[in-house]
Design a protein around this ligand. Structure first.
Ligand code: MG
Length: 157
């Protein structure tokens, strides 16, 4: 078994869609970034790469590379899943947390689980998506950005 953790933060800004776990959340602000800035999926990618000791998201998908401009992070996640499969790693489970003062994430959690379940080719029961506010404290509490954490367990054959 190999454990991995991932963490990411993106800044909230106007005129961008808010995409979390591949789901477009209706909200007046979105996240700033080179790709679609899906902060949750970035944390998940880093957890998976970390478990396999394969570096981080910036090594695999550099933000200086135009191929990844506005790229779907779910697509990048699929590439990482393919890489892990080729190396004979299997995903045991994934647990992740969105840290945002608003909007409420509960209406989108199941859709995010389904997205990850499809891309990572594991049943939804192996995927957990949670959300928390910070009670108004810090950058997330001031609605300046959204953070995400992810932990995963891989088994190697
Ligand atoms: Mg990121």
């Amino acid at each position: 078994m190999r454990i991995g953790m991932g963490y990411d933060v993106h800044r909230l800004t106007g005129n961008r869609p808010l995409i979390l776990g591949g789901v477009t959340v209706p909200w007046p602000k979105g996240l700033l970034g080179h790709s679609d800035a899906d902060v949750l999926t970035h944390a998940v990618i880093d957890a998976l790469l970390g478990a396999a000791a394969l570096g981080d998201i910036g090594d695999h998908f550099p933000d200086t590379d135009d191929r990844f401009k506005n790229a779907s992070s779910l697509l990048l996640l699929g590439k990482v899943a393919g890489l892990l499969a080729r190396l004979d790693y299997k995903l045991n489970n994934l647990d992740c947390t969105i840290v945002a003062q608003e909007p409420k994430m509960s209406p989108y959690r199941e859709a995010i689980r389904e997205n990850y379940s499809k891309v990572l080719e594991v049943p939804p029961g192996k995927i957990s998506v949670k959300a928390t506010t910070t009670e108004g404290l810090g950058f997330a509490g001031r609605r300046e950005g959204i953070a995400a954490y992810a932990v995963c367990l891989l088994s190697e054959n």
